[in-house]
Design a protein around this ligand. Structure first.
Ligand code: FAD
Length: 332
C-alpha cells in the first residue's frame, strides 16, 4: 500500500430523522481543523434515499465536498449495503482519514468497513489530532478503566479510521456563505445482493434518553439508598427541566435504566451544568462527565473524590439539600 496515494479527511454523515446527526457536524468541526493543519480538503460521505438535498446543509459546517449515494437501496440502514458504498468510495477516492460518530450505526459501519479494508479503527475516541507533516491521525481514548489516555496510531494502513463519541468535539459556528462541491456517486447493487431485509421498523415506545445532547443533567448515585430515594433525582430534574443521569451502581441496583448511565461504560456527557448527587466520583464516572461546564456535587462525605472534580461542592445529606435547592429554584 502506498500511503502517499491517500489524501484528504472524510466524515461519514449520519442521517437521523431526515437531518444530519449533530455528531456528524461536530466531526466536521474537528475535521476542518485537521484539514487546515494538513492543507488537504475535508469531505463528507452521505448515503441514503432522498438525501441529496442534505449535502448542501453541511457546507456551512466546514465541508469542502460531499460524496453522495442517493438510492432506494439505501432507504433503510443495512450494514451490507452501506459498507459496500463506503468501501467503493474509499477505494476510488482514497481519503487518508475517515471519521464516524460513535453511535450504534457509526460503530457498526466502521467496524465492518475496517475489517473489509484491513485497516485500523480506534473506537470511542475522545480526542483527535493530526500530524501536519505525516498525516498520521492521533486518536486518543480512555483506557485501563479510565486511568490513562491511550493515543492510538495506525501507521501502515489507510484510511485511518476512528469512531468519536458524540458531544466531545465542537461543531463550527455555521457560515452560511460557505459553499462546496456535491459529487454524485452510484453503485451497482441489487436487492438480491443484500442478505438482510428490513421487514418492519418498530419505533421504541419508551422515552428516548438523549443524555449526550442535554444542557443540564441531574445525576444520582448509590448514595440515594433505594429506588424510592432515587425518585428525588427525578423530582429535582423535572423541577429544573434537566435530564436524569446516574452512576453505574445506581443502574446496577435497578433504580434506573442503563440508558441513563454516565461514564466509561455509559455515555460521555458535556452539559452546561452537571449535578452529581450521592455519587462518590470514581474515575470511571469522572471520565464521562468531567468536561461539563459546571459541576455541582452533593455528598455527605467531605472526603469523597467527587469534591476534587467539581466546581462547587455541598457537604451534606442529599435528602436535606436537594429539597432546599428545589425550593430556591421555585422562588427564582
Ligand atoms: P458509591 O461509590 O457507593 O458512592 C456513593 C456516594 O454517596 C458516597 O460517596 C457516599 O458518601 C454518598 N452518600 C451516601 N449517602 C448519601 C446521602 N444521603 N446524601 C449525599 N451523599 C450520600 N461507574 C459509573 O458511574 N459509570 C461507568 O460508566 C462505570 N464504568 C465502569 C467500568 C469498569 C470497568 C469498572 C471497573 C467500574 C465502572 N464503574 C462505573 C463503577 C465505578 O468504579 C464506581 O463503582 C461507581 O461509579 C460508584 O457509583 P456511586 O458513586 O453511585 O456509588
Amino acid at each position: 500500500m502506498n500511503l502517499d496515494d491517500y489524501r484528504g479527511i472524510w466524515v461519514y454523515l449520519e442521517v437521523r430523522e431526515g437531518r444530519i446527526a449533530p455528531v456528524s457536524l461536530e466531526l466536521l468541526g474537528a475535521g476542518r481543523q485537521m484539514a487546515d493543519k494538513r492543507g488537504v480538503p475535508l469531505a463528507g460521505l452521505l448515503i441514503g434515499d432522498g438525501v441529496r438535498e442534505l449535502a448542501q446543509t453541511v457546507f456551512p459546517y466546514g465541508a469542502d465536498q460531499v460524496y453522495v449515494y442517493d438510492d432506494r437501496i439505501f432507504a433503510d440502514y443495512r450494514t451490507e449495503s452501506y459498507m459496500r458504498a463506503v468501501i467503493e468510495c474509499v477505494q476510488k477516492h482514497k481519503p487518508e482519514i475517515l471519521l464516524y460518530g460513535a453511535t450504534s450505526t457509526g460503530k457498526d459501519l466502521a467496524s465492518a468497513v475496517a475489517t473489509d479494508l484491513e485497516t485500523g479503527l480506534t473506537a470511542d475516541t475522545t480526542m483527535l489530532d493530526v500530524n501536519a507533516e505525516t498525516g498520521l491521525l492521533e486518536a486518543s481514548r480512555p483506557a485501563f478503566g479510565g486511568n490513562i489516555m491511550a493515543t492510538i496510531l495506525c501507521k501502515k494502513h489507510r484510511p485511518q479510521m476512528a469512531t468519536v463519541r458524540p458531544k466531545v468535539m465542537k461543531a463550527m459556528e455555521p457560515d452560511f456563505t460557505r459553499t462546496g462541491e456535491v459529487i454524485r456517486e452510484s453503485i451497482q447493487l441489487a436487492e438480491e445482493d443484500i442478505r438482510t431485509k428490513v421487514l418492519k421498523v418498530v419505533r421504541e415506545t419508551r422515552e428516548k434518553v438523549r443524555l449526550d445532547e442535554a444542557d443540564v443533567i441531574v445525576a444520582g448515585g448509590k448514595g440515594l439508598g433505594s429506588k424510592e430515594g432515587f425518585a428525588l433525582i427525578h423530582r429535582f430534574a423535572e423541577a429544573i427541566g434537566a435530564t436524569v443521569g446516574a452512576s453505574r451502581d445506581a443502574v446496577e441496583a435497578g433504580w434506573i435504566d442503563h440508558a441513563h448511565q454516565v461514564g466509561q461504560t455509559g455515555v460521555t456527557v458535556t452539559p452546561k451544568i452537571y449535578f452529581a448527587i450521592g455519587i462518590s466520583g470514581a474515575i470511571q464516572h469522572l471520565v464521562g462527565m468531567r468536561n461539563a461546564g459546571l459541576i455541582i456535587a452533593i455528598n455527605k462525605d467531605p472526603n469523597a473524590p467527587i469534591f476534587q472534580a467539581c466546581h462547587y461542592g455541598i457537604v451534606g445529606d442529599a435528602f436535606e439539600i436537594v429539597p432546599l435547592l428545589m425550593e430556591a429554584f421555585q422562588k427564582e
